[in-house]
Write a protein that binds this ligand. Structure first.
Ligand code: NOJ
Ligand code: CA
Length: 569
């Protein structure tokens, strides 16, 4: 390997912040943001479901981990048909999770620990329990209340065929027929997700105005920004034409190039409007797009200077553990986002996908896209998955830009594959008659203390999804301060990342490594990952370099398979 480097097409942010979290510094360009899935993080009142007081109690653990911000999945009032992504009131807290005062306490405590708080905004659809939708049903066809949503007459002589052929992301048709007050079959409404999640009509100015108020409600309360759910789906093609999917389109936005409900140009003016609202507030508030849009230059439109600040880089998440593929996606990401002056983000896990400690060791294509169960092909080997996950995370955390972590990955948690059928709760499972497992396997409540009930998730032992028998072995207290543990690897990496300013750095590739090697320099840190199985010798000057971080035990001068090192040469 030589140090003859070729500059990747990165752009250096105009102002390099003094410290990644200094106020007014565009902190989000380099932030490490930790996703909290409220149901499964920490349960203070012992009812088996995580809550806001539980989070507040655990903020010190996140400060100790070294993250810059947390993103909370939805905690608003909701019938919980899609674990809170079915919101019945956008400006309150579900009693399941606590109260608005509890939210304020969490924000205060997080800020005191220099952790910013991003909350989830779900603007594509509401719950069918939302007042807006109840009023729309009651008001009847042609009313302004119905115009908040996408109601249409059915096709066919009796209107008993859906208005078009669209399918729900969770399986089955994307339309449900209503019943009129006199019992006669009525209009149909669109739901890209579950039938309990009717889509709003974002062409309607009334809807836009409601959401301006919702943004201000939370910004006034001091939240630092929003992760925007389904940010590629809010505007549908004029006339709602039938969709003729290309073969191989998957769930959650596969097929995005042609689908008349994904990535329509009309979404961008909404984000420009919201961008303006955020700039009325101090403190560098942020919008992050959940947009399953490919290719990367197309996704970059979501983060043009007057739109959102960040977008999840799902193309990176979906890249296999393979040096050439990783190098390609990193190059393309830095080029695409850099071209619009935005940082790239990096992400390996979230509440919708198979945890990367399992996904990276699947030996067959996952036919379901997201979610695996006992009958899935190519079952992952546990040790290999963890080894690769640690190496992949060490690589990711050395890249310039923002990074997202999903709760539990810092413990090396695998996907829970053996959930009993009657415990599963994802609407995907029900809407496909058990054909697709859905996402419950990455949502199992976290283990905190090995010897406590529910492994420290609460003190009653209740847990909304059953925890596997080996969860206590992975508990935080079993890893805290333990050399070589996954938790210590994350802490160490985050400390070094901040200290060496890797998030705002520049990436320079190092050429000439063996097949399976990906290597780069970021500032004074050299990162070498071996995505192959065999051990590779490191030439000088790397063999004699100071070892800053290793994802697996290493001997001087060699890099074992499926491992990553950070060196100071
Ligand atoms: C994306 C969210 O991450 C997912 O959990 C949810 O089911 C869908 N959007 C629908 O809101
Ligand atoms: Ca609780």
């Amino acid at each position: 390997m030589t140090t003859e480097a070729h500059e990747a097409s990165t752009t250096t942010p105009a102002q390099t912040p003094a410290h990644p979290t200094a106020p007014g510094s565009e902190w989000w360009r380099s932030a490490v943001i930790y996703q909290i899935y409220p149901r499964s993080f920490a349960d203070a009142n012992g009812d088996g479901i995580g809550d806001l007081p539980g989070m507040t109690a655990r903020i010190p653990a996140l400060a100790d981990l070294g993250v810059d911000a947390i993103w909370l999945s939805p905690f608003m009032p909701s019938p919980q048909k899609d674990a809170g992504y079915d919101v019945a009131d956008y400006t309150d807290v579900d009693p399941l999770f606590g109260t608005l005062d509890d939210l304020d306490d969490l924000v205060t405590s997080a800020h005191r620990h220099h952790i910013r708080v991003i909350i989830d905004l779900v603007p594509n659809h509401t719950s069918d329990r939302h007042r807006w939708f109840r009023e729309a049903l009651a008001a009847g066809a042609g009313s302004p209340e119905r115009a908040r949503y996408i109601f249409r007459d059915g096709r066919g002589p009796n209107g008993d065929e859906a208005p078009n052929n669209w399918e729900s992301v969770f399986g089955g048709p994307a339309w449900t027929r209503t019943t009129d007050p006199d019992g006669a079959p009525g209009q149909w409404y669109l739901h890209l997700f579950d039938s309990s999640q009717p889509d709003l009509d974002w062409r309607n100015p009334w809807v836009r105005e409601q959401f301006r108020g919702i943004l201000r409600f939370w910004l006034d309360r001091g939240v630092d920004g929003f992760r925007v759910d389904v940010a590629h789906g809010m505007v549908k093609a004029e006339g709602l034409p039938d969709h003729h999917p290309a073969p191989g389109g998957g769930s959650m936005g596969g097929d995005e190039a042609t689908a008349p409900f994904w990535a329509q140009d009309g979404v961008h003016e909404i984000y420009r409007d919201w961008h303006g609202i955020l700039t009325e507030y101090d403190g560098d508030r942020v919008l992050c797009a959940e947009a399953w849009v490919t290719p990367l230059p197309r996704l970059a439109r979501w983060v043009r200077p007057d739109e959102m600040q960040q977008a999840f880089n799902f193309e990176y998440l979906e890249t296999p553990w393979d040096a050439a593929a990783l190098r390609r996606v990193v190059d393309e990401s830095l080029a695409a986002f850099g071209a619009v002056g935005a940082p790239s983000t990096w992400v390996l896990s979230n509440h919708d996908v198979v945890r990367h400690a399992s996904r990276l060791a699947l030996t067959a294509e996952n036919p379901q896209g997201h979610g695996i169960g006992p009958l899935s092909p190519g079952q992952p080997v546990r040790e290999l998955g963890l080894r690769r996950a640690r190496a992949a995370t060490a690589l990711m955390l050395a890249l310039p830009g923002g990074a997202y972590l999903y709760q539990g990955e810092e413990l090396g948690l695998p996907e829970v594959i053996e959930l009993p059928d009657d415990a599963r709760q994802d609407p995907t499972w029900f809407r496909t008659g058990g054909e697709r497992y859905g996402r419950d396997g990455c949502r199992v409540p976290l283990p905190w203390e090995a010897d406590s009930p529910a492994a420290g998730f609460n003190d009653t032992g209740a847990s909304w999804l059953p925890q596997p028998a080996d969860w206590p072995e992975l508990a935080r207290d079993r890893q805290d301060g333990v050399d070589g543990s996954t938790l210590e690897l994350y802490k160490h990496a985050l400390r070094l990342r901040a200290g060496h300013r890797l998030g705002t750095g520049d990436l320079v590739w190092l050429e000439g490594g063996a097949e399976g090697i990906i290597a780069f320099r970021n500032g004074d840190v050299t990162v070498i990952a071996n995505t192959g199985e065999g051990t590779v010798s490191l030439p000088e000057p790397f063999a004699g370099a100071e070892l800053l971080l290793a994802s697996a035990p290493v001997e001087p001068g060699v890099l074992p398979g499926d491992s990553t090192v950070w060196l100071r040469v």
